[in-house]
Design a protein around this ligand. Structure first.
Ligand SMILES: [Mn+2]
Length: 289
């Protein structure tokens, strides 16, 4: 049985039962290749705890957004698992959630784990596209010899799915820049979008109808989410992020989401809370726009 703080938003059983819930949360605390600081494996727990404090009434949408049900699955045990195995475990579980007709939201963990989620979504939706928020392109062919690295996850996905668009990007290596240029990968560089302003509608042209949203929380401003393994100055603000997500949820069929790379800092909870609130906003946008 779950304790209350392992259930997203701490919902009572009639709103959190698996059978009736339209949304399913998958806590996936995988961590192996984090390069700067460790602790992303504590991300899902911190998000679930912070979510207990999120108000169920949404002012913008003028309603409660949890009433179609949100079930939180048991947290994966990845303690003795390598990246390919962890991704396979997440793939199997996501596949089941999709077969049951539910909307999956995964909590990482390092970004590598998103590959398991992607595989299940891409199998069900062959015309899938990927909307990616991140400070980093994650398009290295391998990082320290490891193709299953948090710094390579987009490269890995793009081997099978070329329709991706990235925003918030403010750190990359030369190899990635060449890859982006040669393959004409749509990348919105943070230094440009912050300077010239940016219309979220512009993103839509890069996306197909079925969209997977993968959010490395370091894509957001560190003033909003300071708790990440690789904090980068700059980044997306809260309302800017909502404007983008609203546009995508309104115009596309978002078939799955993830929020990865939160590295909680004891005593500094506003980043955990911001991520929990963003997830709830996405659920509201999914069903009530
Ligand atoms: Mn990143």
């Amino acid at each position: 049985m779950h304790t209350a703080d392992q259930n997203f938003l701490g919902l009572e059983p009639r709103f959190s039962d698996y059978k009736t819930a339209k949304t399913v949360i998958l806590p996936a605390p995988f961590e192996a290749s984090t390069s700067y600081q460790e602790g992303t494996k504590l991300g899902p727990k911190a998000i679930l705890e912070a979510s207990q404090q999120v108000e169920l009434y949404d002012i913008e949408l003028a309603r409660d957004c949890h009433t179609q049900g949100i079930h939180t699955l048991e947290t994966f045990d990845f303690s003795k698992t390598d990246a390919p195995t962890a991704c396979k475990m997440l793939y199997e579980k996501t596949k089941k959630v999709l077969e049951d007709g539910k909307f999956p939201i995964m909590l990482g963990g390092e970004h590598t784990i998103s590959y398991g989620m992607f595989e299940a979504l891409f199998e069900k939706y062959p015309n899938l596209s990927i909307f990616h928020i991140d400070a980093h392109t994650d398009m290295r062919e391998a990082y320290e010899g490891n193709p299953y690295s948090h710094a390579s996850v987009l490269y890995l996905m793009r081997k099978s799915c070329k329709k991706t668009v990235s925003i918030g990007i403010r750190s990359m290596c030369e190899e990635e820049r060449l890859y982006v240029n040669e393959n004409k990968v749509p990348v919105y560089y943070d230094f440009q979008t912050q300077k010239t302003g940016f219309n979220p509608k512009d993103l839509l042209k890069h996306l197909t109808q079925d969209v997977y949203v993968t959010i490395d929380v370091d894509g957001l401003s560190p003033t909003l989410v300071p708790s990440t393994g690789t904090p980068e100055p700059g980044g997306l603000g809260y309302y800017e992020t909502l404007d983008i997500l609203r546009e995508i949820f309104k115009n596309k069929n978002v078939v799955g989401c993830d929020f990865v790379e939160l590295m909680p800092i004891p005593g500094l909870v506003h980043g955990d809370f911001a991520v929990a609130k963003l997830i709830y906003k996405c659920i509201g946008y999914k069903y009530y726009l």
